[in-house]
Write a protein that binds this ligand. Structure first.
Ligand code: ZN
Ligand code: ZN
Length: 359
């Protein structure tokens, strides 16, 4: 009886040490709608949480509120690791407002902004002030973020990329999609790649046979450094589409080599979601579906996924400001649940539409 009681006490204290976190058999991922920014919450089977980016500042805490709502749905009462991919407002902006709602224990980022204008420096300093309330780690490619039951590895960060292959999933093989890689010059968007985007911290997240990557806003040209001549990441089940689906990221050398079955895009109605991105995804070998956080106005009916695969259908704020203000739109998320055997399901919270992908 005493042995049973001790085991019971040990079980209770283990549960308490996870601060009320719920344990499951799945890795759950919430692609939270932050209107063309990034906020993606990963909850490990042990109940630990890793949030990639915090969306935009302002809007009365809109994005932090949406993150907190997803955390609540996931049974998460704190952020164990916050990875801020880079210091643009759509990625770190909601940090202070989030910290008012949920404790954040560890901060992982690439160090300091490389933008030197006053506005960027002020925004960075506001983030850095919150960062000093927790434990701070500078991300280095190859480093691991320790979440029980998962293998979370940094594959790019601070302008450097992974140089030795990850384990499994075909990592380390020559990448045939490097042939014919076209480097982007300034003619694409008037610049050959934003300097702060180039610093993006990108992650590979593996749970058993399931692997996903989330890239931040890593630029097209940086993808060549990461993926060529060898694909050191391997193949993935899910690709969280880089840079909101902008045409300055998401090359064949990255996407086709990763060979995802599902691509999930954090575009806004009028941000990212580029025609070229859709075209490259649709040509990607083995891709079953594209899921989107928003309908992409620029991509039109030709390119957007069927409505069942789009979490938010509003068209956002038009250039003349005449239609729905961006902060008034609905907020639905895309949820992915992965099993250890590599199978996973993706669900659109707007409709409840769910699709399962077999191992
Ligand atoms: Zn961005
Ligand atoms: Zn950016």
């Amino acid at each position: 009886m005493k042995t049973i009681w001790c085991a019971f006490v040990a079980l209770i204290s283990a549960a308490v040490s996870l601060a009320g976190a719920q344990t499951t058999e799945t890795l759950d991922v919430y692609l939270i709608d932050v209107e063309g920014g990034e906020a993606t919450l990963f909850v490990s089977p042990s109940g630990e949480s890793l949030l990639v980016d915090t969306g935009w500042p302002g809007f009365d805490g809109r994005d932090a509120e949406r993150i907190a709502a997803a955390a609540s749905a996931a049974g998460v009462s704190r952020i164990d690791y916050l990875v801020v991919t880079h210091f643009h407002g759509d990625h770190m902006g909601g940090t202070a407002q989030l910290a008012d709602r949920l404790p954040i224990r560890h901060f992982v980022d690439h160090g300091s902004t490389v933008d030197t204008n006053e506005r960027a420096l002020t925004a960075f300093q506001a983030y850095a002030d919150i960062r000093q309330t927790g434990i701070h780690t500078v991300a280095r490619p190859g480093d691991e973020i320790p979440l029980t039951g998962l293998n979370v590895r940094i594959i790019a960060g601070g302008g450097s990329v992974l140089r030795t292959p990850l384990a499994g999933a075909g990592a380390g093989a020559a990448n045939p999609f490097c042939d014919g890689f076209q480097f982007q010059g300034p003619e694409i968007t008037g610049r050959s790649g934003d300097a702060e985007d180039s610093q993006s911290v990108s992650l590979s997240i593996t749970y058993g046979e399931f692997r996903a990557v989330i890239m931040g806003d890593l630029n097209w040209n940086d993808e060549h450094a990461l993926m060529c001549p060898n694909n050191n990441v391997g193949q993935v089940q899910a690709y969280f589409v880089s840079h909101h689906g902008s045409e300055t990221s998401g090359s064949e050398a990255l996407v086709h080599a990763l060979r995802p079955r599902a691509a999930i895009m954090n575009n806004g109605p009028r941000k990212g979601g580029a025609v070229q991105t859709f075209e490259i995804l649709r040509r990607s070998p083995g891709l079953d579906d594209i899921w989107q956080n928003h309908y992409s106005v620029v991509a039109g009916s030709q390119q957007n996924a069927p409505e069942a695969y789009i979490a938010n259908l509003d068209e956002g704020e038009a250039a003349d400001g005449a239609s729905t203000p961006v902060h008034m739109s609905a907020s639905n998320w895309i949820k992915l649940s992965a099993e250890r055997d590599g199978s996973f399901s993706v669900t659109n919270s707007r409709t409840g539409h769910s699709k399962r992908y077999a191992p």
